[in-house]
Design a protein around this ligand. Sequence first.
Ligand SMILES: [Zn+2]
Length: 459
Amino acid sequence: MNPFFIIYHLRKMNTKKIIALITIFIITVLPLSQVQRDCFSAYRVVIDPGHGGVFSKDKKKHGDRYDRLSGNYLSYFAEGANYRRLYERELTYSIAKRVEKLLSYCSENGDFSKFKKILDKYSSGEHKKIIIETKLSRGPSVGFKEAKSMNDPNAPFRLYDYPDGKGAMIKGRISKINEFKPHIVVSIHNAETAPPDYKGMNAVIAPPYKIMEDGLNNMKKGKFISPVSYGRLECWFQGRKGVSKKRAFYEDVALYFTGFGLKKNYSSDSGNFKGYRYNMVSWKYADKGKWYEKAMEHKSGSQYADYKTCKISGKYWERERSKYEEFRRGSSFQNFGGDNLYASNEIIKYILTSLAKKGYKKSDKVAGKPFVSVWSVPLLVNAISAYIEIGYFNRKWDKQVLAKKHDEVAEGIAVGIYSLLAGLKDVKSSKIIRPSGKAIDFEKYKIDNEKTYFDMVVE
Ligand SMILES: [Zn+2]
């Protein structure tokens, strides 16, 4: 349009009309362009209740972790913990549904005033409205009885992609979570027991690349250093029942880099292939084309070789080495566990605060030390991963919480998620379980003005 034409018409209008036009412009056009430019205009959150399916001895048909190389499932389906009539898969879903309901007050058309009333119980500061889009990673779990009459009862609950039997692959839960491009994924679990030094509720985290790389460099030199003599690595070593800290660490390193286990003498166990897990999900970081034909040869010097000669290259490994993964998983002493551990521990503190507000507390209940290993979900979801063991069936207090306190736990999780996204000032709680209330610095995950690391997970 000719600018002189506009000026001619503006001169003909009276002042009132011009003011009205400018007002319309400010109200409609400006905010729209701002929303488009800001990549944090709405946050995406996935609530991921653990498990959902049932165990079956028939691994070939009902397993998980489908391997393209062998055409088999490499693991049995993990049905989760149970105690008498309490099932982890059911109670985690019950809690997740309640979290979803609470966070719906923060959706675009939700009644934020209802959520504000909850926030007021935790903090007297101003609570700004943010938009949260929430998704659950699965529907209600299947029961033993109904599973018996079903052809593939674990289908909606598998973590990894699996074949439909007609030559195509179906997306598993990890792929579906990443498809939503979430900023935060909260995985809810519990266990039957925990070692005595695991007090309270515990985070589940995956080690950062730098730590694993140190381990691989040691292995390549045949130097299996034990944790006691190793400063930076030490806190990442963690044993489990019947497995020493050192052994567990190097098994994790071998599995992470090569997909193979280790023999007793620490040589690569070529008969114990556990799969290339980053290629078992659909995302930008999987190898392309018929990668599995190459991988089958496990050619020495390639990315599919054993730990002695493997060359760590490819899209997934670029991701692993990126600064964003270091933000998420944090290798330094100051930032141990990164945003993943911070988010998990903050949510745990909010859960304990929520329970305490209803008079339900116990002095040794804290955000305890994290379980560290190459767990699938914290490693392969491209989001801040808050993965929490809510409790243990063999502890009385925990069992009560797991059986009966779903509303309280859910409120803690929902408030925790809000706090991680928007921050909460001076949270009212007792000292030992008080959350810091600091929001995660999401700005550092920005790639440019329009995209974040989280947006880039699928092509
Ligand atoms: Zn679990």
